[in-house]
Design a binder for this molecule. Structure first.
Ligand code: PGA
Length: 255
């Protein structure tokens, strides 16, 4: 049985003081016995304080990125060790904004995924097709390419800690969501890919999330799909009210 995961990716938003306000309000609104796992992904500068506020409340914390080297002269970068020390158990890797705006290629994404798993931090490895690939019917090809390169050299044991997020680029921040059926179809394809490359048990145990304009109105229908194990939420995770609605909805439909 795969435990639902609801992740809020704040991107480049919120100061430590705003993080404090968000978390205090969110904790008032979210069901305390939530059945789904909830994960916050604030900017690096908010992690340590967020971790202290979340201690003992059963809400997970993660970074939005990491560098693959353990330490050293890499100005501006963050290591898995630093994330772990700031209470993180997850890290986003290969988000489309990093791939497109910051030119991260498959090799770099692969190194980061491997660095995360070998350091004991769970990567949320993001894949997804562009609008053009979507229109040209090339989504499957694109996603398989990303999976193959992103997970290259990942052994079976380490692969059990990987979470995959399917985020079609045309749905991120656009208000346009993949239909639940279309998201299910692609996520099922990813699950089948895992079964072929690893085995059935890994494929059935891996959590695969959908991301791209998730909001309180479309969460239930997405999570009703058999292969969608959670949501990666951007814009709608910035308000404690909206994110709590999404988390509570996921928790209810999980029971
Ligand atoms: P969005 O972002 O929910 O604002 O579309 C999702 C994401 O980029 O993870």
């Amino acid at each position: 049985m795969r435990n639902r995961l609801v992740a809020g990716n704040w991107k480049m938003n919120k100061t430590p003081a705003q993080t404090d306000v968000f978390i205090n309000r969110f904790l008032e609104l979210v069901d305390s016995n939530h059945a789904a796992e909830i994960l916050l992904l604030p900017p690096f500068t908010s992690l340590d304080w967020a971790g202290k506020l979340l201690a003992g409340v059963g809400i997970s914390l993660g970074g939005q990125d990491l560098y693959f080297e353990p330490s050293g002269p890499f100005t501006g970068e963050i290591s898995a060790e630093i994330l772990l020390a700031c209470h993180c158990s997850y890290v986003l890797v290969g988000h489309s904004e990093r791939r497109t705006i910051l030119n991260e290629d498959e090799t770099l994404v692969n190194r980061k995924v491997l660095a995360a798993t070998t350091s004991g931090i769970r990567p949320i490895f993001c894949v997804g097709e562009t609008l053009r690939e979507h229109q040209q019917g090339k989504a499957r090809e694109r996603i398989c390419f990303q999976l193959e390169h992103g997970l290259a050299g990942m052994d079976q044991q380490d692969a059990t800690s990987v979470v995959i997020a399917y985020e079609p680029l045309w749905a991120i921040g656009t208000g346009e969501t993949a239909s639940p059926q279309a998201a299910q179809e692609t996520i099922n394809m990813i699950r089948k890919w895992l079964a072929v490359v690893y085995d059935d048990s890994l494929s059935q145990g891996t959590r695969i999330l959908y991301g791209g304009s998730v909001n309180p109105e479309n969460t239930a229908a997405l999570l009703d799909q058999p292969d969608i194990d959670g949501v990666l939420v951007g814009g709608a995770s910035l308000s404690p009210e909206t994110f709590a609605q999404i988390a509570n909805c996921a928790g209810q439909s999980a029971t």
